[in-house]
Design a protein around this ligand. Structure first.
Ligand SMILES: O=C(O)CCC(=O)C(=O)O
Ligand SMILES: [Fe+2]
Length: 337
């Protein structure tokens, strides 16, 4: 059977082993991974009353791990549950219906794809299907979003509005902690958010394959909602993988490479990856805060002064992204001044 381009969800249950094209090279196979002795990433209570303490914890976690989880973040549990339900129902629809619902944009910004690898360094495929579309605050693109399952646009529209507010709130806390002006991120640096709903089907040989490659997100900030009870996301720290166990109703927050550049390397866009499980299906919803294509990305003035020189050049986001896609893992070393 030729699986090229076919959604993993359409054929995964026909196999008792992982097809050759999905077998990762030995050094990337989860069975050969060094797991961290650190058991989890920091958890930050956004409902706490000591604002300075919250800021200190956010900055410290972002410097040390590039990742943390947030609880008491203010997004209603009902909205999170409804959004997860909508995406579970979407991925459970027949393949032809999913394709119709995700192919409304003639320019292809709203799409359903299966994972063929992210960049030039990928040699094997990844065990997942993903639905992606822009979700800007302007409401542009909503006409291309799926209309099924029923309520999709209303629920996902509300969810993306709430996630934007949460993202800007976290970025404001970061700005305050680092001495950047309030609202530093609230205009062109966050104007082009994108939502991706990932579906990782059950896998017959989780030790050989991956759900997502080891990567850094090429954006400002990512807010991830993980389905409860399934641990599969891992963060690299000091050469070892830390599992990110889902906490009920929490979000995982991670710094993107653009935030690493803007903070002149102070906050880290950490490598992370996704392993697979033999059961059940795993769903996650990733909200990516992205700049406008022509926004200039470079070290912020207060963080790259005479005492700590800029370690990165400045460049429009669109150009930087192209560089990142072309160079893959070599990007950072070549991009540094
Ligand atoms: O699904 C996950 O657990 C992580 C997804 C992710 O890293 C991404 O979409 O960039
Ligand atoms: Fe990611």
């Amino acid at each position: 059977m030729n699986m090229d381009g076919k959604l993993v969800s359409t054929w995964y249950n026909l196999h008792s082993s992982v097809p050759e094209s999905y077998v990762q090279p030995a050094e990337r196979q989860p069975c050969n991974a060094v797991l961290s002795t650190i058991k989890t990433i920091p958890v930050i209570d956004l409902g706490g009353h000591d604002r300075d303490d919250i800021i200190r914890n956010i900055v410290k976690s972002s410097e040390e791990y590039g990742f943390f989880q947030v609880v008491n973040h203010g997004v209603a549990k009902e909205l999170m549950d409804d959004t997860l339900r909508i995406f579970k129902e979407f991925h459970a629809m027949p393949a032809n219906e999913k394709l119709i619902e995700s192919s409304k944009d003639p320019n292809g910004s709203c799409k359903l794809y299966t994972s063929s690898g992210r960049n030039c360094a990928d040699v094997a495929k990844y065990w997942k299907d993903s639905l992606r579309h822009p979700c800007p605050p302007s409401g542009e693109f909503t006409e291309y979003w799926p209309e099924k399952p029923e309520g999709y646009r209303e629920i996902v529209g509300k969810y993306t509005q709430e996630l934007r507010a949460l993202g800007l709130r976290i970025l404001d806390l970061i700005s305050e902690g680092l001495g950047l002006s309030p609202n530093y991120f609230s205009e062109e640096l966050s104007a082009n958010p994108v939502l991706i709903s990932h579906n990782y089907p059950p896998c017959p040989e989780p030790s050989l394959t991956l759900g997502a490659s080891s990567h850094k997100d090429p954006n400002i900030l990512t807010i991830l909602f993980q389905e409860p009870n399934i641990t599969a996301l891992q963060v690299l720290k000091d050469g070892a993988w830390i599992p990110v166990e889902p906490i009920p109703n929490a979000f995982v927050v991670n710094m993107g490479l653009m935030l690493q550049i803007i903070t002149n390397g102070r906050l880290i866009g950490a490598e992370h990856r996704v392993i697979t499980n033999s059961s059940p299906n795993r769903h996650t919803i990733a909200y990516f805060i992205n700049p406008k294509k022509d926004a200039i990305i470079g070290p912020a003035k207060p963080l790259a002064s005479s005492t700590s020189q800029a370690i990165y050049p400045s460049m429009p986001f669109g150009e930087l992204l192209e560089n990142f896609m072309n160079k893959g893992p070599y990007f950072e070393a070549e991009f540094r001044l």
